[in-house]
Ligand binder design. Structure first.
Ligand code: NDP
Ligand SMILES: Nc1nc2c(c(=O)[nH]1)N=C([C@H](O)[C@@H](O)CO)CN2
Length: 234
């Protein structure tokens, strides 16, 4: 019998795409959500992935995605909430900044978990993984709403771990800098690397290794795993 697919949201680029490709490399069926059609989405389709377009900017967008997901599968091995927007505060205070961050990082995982938990488990291992951020530990002067929304996501991790045990493990991964954006300048790169004890931008494979660890370990739930190069030591 075909293995139940793993859902990764926001997997059209960078970390989500890397994890999607690595799971496919291991013969694991996947379903992705993507907001913007990109060449990489077509590449995933060609490798057998189911790709569902979704914009989580509204509750209706999330609910439409849930309907499309349930029309495409009746079971899931895991749900990885990766979709995210790294929004900085605009010059002029804008309430939409906070609402947008809470929508994508809190409302979307909240609704998807509640509506789709019944697709998980069925006797085998089942996981929900939230992509958080090390910044919840210290806050952020420039990404206030973003950091607050990721902190709320951390609390969802604890609540859903309580609610879904023992059938479904619920954990979070809290990375710090994994990979720069192409347009990040040299001074920003130097400044960011100096914030951690290990001083590297490791790339997305370390995130996949951490996801793999959670999927393979039957005795971890309610955990928020730091993946931060020792930023807490600086
Ligand atoms: N990269 C890093 O160094 C770090 C990453 N993280 C976390 O790891 C995860 C992956 O990071 P990374 O790959 O860099 O993230 P990116 O910002 O590069 O990609 C996020 C993905 O989410 C999608 N997305 C954004 N907004 C929405 C929305 N409203 N509805 C649906 N999809 C949406 C984007 O779609 P589109 O392609 O249309 O833009 C994009 O594909 C994120 O949760 C991030 O917060 C945490 C700390 C460090
Ligand atoms: N959705 C995203 N979230 C975050 C990103 C990103 O590119 N997309 N990048 C970071 C930074 O790497 C930050 O960790 C550097 O200190 C944080 N979150």
């Amino acid at each position: 019998m075909q293995r139940a697919p793993i859902l990764i949201t926001g997997a059209a680029r960078r970390a989500g795409l890397h994890c999607a490709e690595r799971l496919l490399d291991e013969g694991q069926p996947i379903i992705i959500s993507y907001r913007t059609e990109r060449e990489a989405v077509q590449r995933l389709r060609q490798r057998g992935a189911i790709a569902l377009q979704a914009d989580f900017a509204s509750d209706q967008g999330v609910l439409d995605f849930i309907d499309a997901l349930k029309a495409s599968t009746d079971r899931l091995r895991a749900i990885v909430h990766n979709a995210s927007d790294w929004m900085a505060e605009p010059c002029a205070p804008d309430p939409n900044t906070l609402h947008s961050m809470m929508q994508v990082h809190v409302a979307a995982p909240y609704l998807i978990n509640l509506h789709c938990a019944d697709l998980l488990g069925h006797g085998g291992p089942a996981d929900i993984v939230h992509l958080s951020d090390d910044v919840t530990r210290v806050g952020s002067a420039r990404h206030i709403a973003y950091a607050a929304s990721k902190a709320a996501l951390d609390n969802l991790t604890l609540s859903f771990a309580k609610r879904f045990a023992p059938g479904i493990k619920v954990n979070a991964i809290a990375p710090a800098l994994l990979e720069f954006q192409p347009d990040d300048g040299q001074s920003y790169r130097r400044e960011a690397l100096a914030k951690s004890a290990l001083g590297i931008a490791p790339g997305f494979e370390v995130l996949y290794q951490t996801l793999r660890y959670l999927l393979d370990n039957p005795y971890i739930t309610g955990a928020i795993l730091p993946l931060n190069g020792g930023r807490h030591l600086i």
